[in-house]
Design a protein. Structure first.
Length: 525
């Protein structure tokens, strides 16, 4: 049994705990097995931030050589790749990642296990403690009010190792300095903690969701995303499904956006060693949700067994090429007992959470809300170009109907939906979403009456490219705003609802990414 431990914990001031020293040693070997990796990084820097089509071929020409499953390059391409399938190395199992649906969590758990196996083999070759070693996790979500944990882990900062730190296998450069294998020159933050607004690291909204997944196309908001009853549909599997889970959006997507650089793209994210520490924490949050918060795992109570959803859940295989040339295969049910998988977490205790609102009828039935009605739009706005902070009115009905109050609608659930979110560059921020603020009224993320949630944009650029790699119609997000609508019952007019979008990173080049939203709707069920 190996224990996954937090990166930020008491110990040396430089943060180099033993498991991170051995992680760096393995990453160093994996980088050495990745041909022309430094050239790839240089090509990435040249392409940033536009990623116009002519900038992709230099990276593609390098990445197609990454055929060794022991290498960092190969392992990163399992998540996403610029290389067209016809040019993949023989036997490569690339671009297998699951996003925007309920397989997001089990697939990434299997991915972590396979990566951890490769890291251990490198540690074993160096004479290290391979049998006991486990991936550490970046514990940014433990307490959103604590600034230290939101900083990029210290061992990932700085191109050179600090004095006194020796990483097995790493030799000095010509200048006498020892390179830091956990550093890559592509990140844009957060090299220091962001004490102003910690919401990119906050898992509260996800952990408060009452059910794991949604029935297919019911358009509700869940912890893990929408059910895919046809898991062989590759378009749905790779991000075009309709209902992203809250944990997928935040903190998963928002952390990708905050770190940015290579982490900001599916095709390069896993080249950054912080990717694996981040996903280790996302996996830990699933344990928190299933056990500490008593939601359980899908179908373990027997409800829903025998349905098309259950068949999909049990039969979909996740395949990985292993260093010995064999193919590892997993299914979601095989991944639900972490002790049986050989690891545990030092702690899965949830962060401080407010009292959860009473869930609508049907929310806690089985793995998904069986009896929940499909939300229907009553007001909309769009298309909306978006860069700086702006106010939008989501409107519906005739002008003489727009004075109707909240109680005019027989609704138990209110959803704010964003459809057709596109960008021409990688999205470089998330947006704070407020409902019911009038122009000039202060936006405060601590104002639970008006703050609706975070609009994270990881994956929007990939879903916007009209180059044959996606449908080009962008992505969708949804926020459950029932609490905010209820709190504003006396004042809010749902058919003329003010929505404010505030960039989390206003100092980044927001105009350059040309973000737009086709349609914003306020929906009731």
């Amino acid at each position: 049994m190996a224990t996954r431990t937090p990166v930020w914990r008491d110990g040396p001031d430089h943060g180099w705990h033993e498991e991170l020293i051995w992680y760096a040693a393995a990453i160093h070997r994996m980088r050495e097995l990745t041909p022309r990796l430094e050239e790839f990084f240089a090509a990435f820097v040249d392409a940033w931030p536009d990623f116009a089509p002519p900038s992709i071929p230099p990276m593609t020409a390098i990445a197609r050589q990454w055929d060794d499953p022991r290498s960092l390059g190969y392992q990163s391409q399992v998540h996403g790749t610029f290389v067209r399938r016809a040019q993949w190395p023989a036997q490569a199992l690339w671009m297998e990642c699951a996003h925007n649906h309920w397989f997001f969590l089990p697939w990434h758990r299997a991915y972590l296990l396979e990566f951890e196996f490769v890291v251990r083999e490198h540690i074993r070759a160096l004479g290290g403690p391979a049998d006991d070693w486990a991936l550490p996790y970046w514990n940014y979500s433990d307490d959103p009010g604590t600034a230290r944990e939101r900083g990029l882990p210290l061992p990932l900062q700085g191109a050179s190792l600090p004095d006194g730190i020796e990483v097995p296998g790493v030799s000095a450069d010509a200048d006498g300095r020892f390179p830091n294998p956990l550093f890559i020159p592509l990140r844009t933050g957060p090299d220091t903690a962001n004490p102003f607004d910690p919401l990119w690291a906050d898992a509260t909204d996800a952990l408060l969701r009452p059910h794991y997944a949604n029935q297919q196309d019911t358009a509700n908001v869940s912890f893990a995303g929408g059910v895919i009853e046809d898991p062989g549909n590759q378009a749905l599997w790779h991000g075009q499904a309709r209902e992203m889970g809250m944990v997928d959006a935040q903190p998963h997507g928002s952390v990708h956006g905050e770190v940015n650089g290579a982490m900001g793209l599916f095709q390069t994210a896993a080249l950054d060693p912080v990717f694996w520490l981040h996903h280790c924490n996302v996996d830990r949050l699933w344990e928190t949700y299933a056990h500490d918060l008593s939601h359980g795992y899908p179908f373990e109570n027997g409800i829903g067994v025998g349905t098309d959803a259950h068949t999909s859940w049990t039969d979909r295989e996740f395949r990985f090429l292993r260093p010995d040339g064999s193919t590892g295969s997993w299914t979601a049910p095989q991944l639900l007992d972490v002790a049986a998988l050989g690891y545990t977490y030092e702690s899965t205790a949830p962060p401080p959470l407010p009292q959860a609102p009473t869930p609508p009828v049907g929310s806690n039935v089985g793995p998904f809300g069986i009896d929940r009605p499909d939300p229907q739009p009553i007001a909309e706005a769009g298309p909306v170009p978006l860069a700086a902070e702006q106010d939008i009115v989501v409107a519906g009905g005739a002008p003489d109907e727009q004075g109707a109050d909240v109680d005019s609608f027989a609704a138990t659930t209110w959803v704010l939906r964003f459809e057709g979110i596109r960008s021409v560059r990688p999205a470089v921020t998330s947006y704070l979403v407020f409902l019911g603020l009038e122009p000039g009224q202060t936006a405060d993320s601590g104002d639970a009456t008006h703050y609706a949630g975070l609009l994270s944009l990881f994956g929007v650029f990939e879903a916007s490219r009209d180059d044959g790699t996606s449908a080009g119609d962008g992505q969708r997000r949804q926020l459950d705003v029932t609490v905010q609508v209820t709190a504003q019952r006396a004042d809010l007019r749902p058919l003329a609802a003010p929505v404010r979008l505030v960039p989390l990173n206003a100092d980044r080049d927001l105009a350059g990414m040309e973000l737009s939203v086709d349609r914003i709707t306020l929906e009731v069920a």
